[in-house]
Design a protein around this ligand. Structure first.
Ligand code: TMP
Length: 308
């Protein structure tokens, strides 16, 4: 097993037990040392990233698939083309050394090409359902408890993803077996024609580094006369009324998800899934709490039950 020493922590081995690290001054659930001025009082909203945050990074020794990655178009040529894009762009996505402007351009390029291939390759909604049922994807342990607790507490949850909304919602349908009225998915949403073939994407593309531009304008879905989501209300009050934010992400760019909200308090929880040694310091600087080693969501459940 590989050995790794993180600053301030004893060397550990892989696979080590999951543990969490706090940025100094962060309120700790259950520590008995919470400062009431930094606690999140009622009026809380949760903003959570999907891939690698609500989902596990490893599943039985294999990398868990993302909402993009699990998709099998039923067209081998196009699946291979998207896989080739992943192999080229993913290392750039997680590189801590590429300047942000340069990385943003690369991510725009990746999303544009990938969405283009989905349309060109004739993706159907049936292929989405089948792909999700066959995918290596799992919600982190504790996510269901977290959703149930937040529903009970009446806390709105925005699942904010640079992935694909239609797939995330299908994952929730297949894995949760029930819907949560307090959960909204804001992500790249597909438009299908009458035959169920993908024809376009709605609105501006969301990629991993421009989530900050979309935080407010897409918060509340509006529905057409048949009850189907049909765009988003620009005057959304759902999140704006909440001044206390619990943010969950696995990427420093996820911190932008709460930009534009006029929150008074924010606790940011980061799941550091890869490049641990190189990225640890920047995660600890950026997030209030950092979870390593594919931790469960139980610490967040504990935190919410202490805070709300
Ligand atoms: P997010 O859900 O964390 O916001 O990010 C979406 C992830 O999707 C991101 O880590 C990169 C990944 N991705 C793919 O796996 N395949 C693709 O074709 C694209 C565009 C993104």
């Amino acid at each position: 097993a590989a050995s790794i020493a993180l600053p301030g922590f004893p060397p550990t081995t892989f696979p080590p037990p999951a543990f969490r690290c706090f940025r100094p001054g962060t309120p700790r659930a259950g520590s008995g040392s919470m400062d009431s001025t930094t606690m999140l009082p009622p009026g809380v909203a949760v903003i959570a990233d999907f891939d690698g945050t609500l989902t596990r990074y490893w599943i039985a020794g294999r990398r868990g698939q993302t909402s993009h990655g699990l998709l099998q178009q039923g067209n081998a040529e196009y699946d291979a083309k998207r896989q080739a894009l992943y192999e080229y762009y993913h290392p750039l996505e997680i590189s801590p050394t590429i300047p942000i402007e340069e990385k943003t351009k690369l991510m725009e390029e990746w999303w544009e090409k990938s969405h283009g291939l989905l349309i060109e390759g004739g993706l159907t909604y049936d292929a989405i359902k089948k792909s999700v049922s066959e995918a290596t994807i799992a919600l982190r342990d504790g996510v269901v408890e977290l959703f149930e607790l937040l529903e009970e507490l009446g806390v709105p949850v925005l699942v904010f993803s640079a992935g694909l909304a239609d797939i995330i919602e299908e994952v929730f349908r297949q894995k949760l077996h029930r819907s949560f009225k307090n959960i909204k998915v804001v992500s790249n949403r597909m438009v299908f024609d009458e035959e169920g073939c993908l024809v376009s994407f709605k609105g501006k593309t969301i990629h991993v580094l421009n989530k900050n531009e979309h935080a407010l304008d897409m918060a509340t879905p509006i529905h057409d006369k048949f009850g189907y989501p049909n765009g988003y209300n620009p005057d959304s009050v759902l999140m704006k009324q909440r001044t206390n934010v619990l943010l969950l992400g696995d990427h420093v760019g996820d911190l932008g998800m709460s930009d534009g909200l006029s929150y008074e308090n924010r606790i940011a929880v980061g799941f550091l899934n890869n490049n641990t040694e190189m990225s640890f310091k920047s995660y600890l600087d950026a997030f209030d709490i950092v979870y390593l080693n594919d931790a469960t969501m139980r610490g967040v459940v504990e935190l919410v039950s202490q805070l709300c």
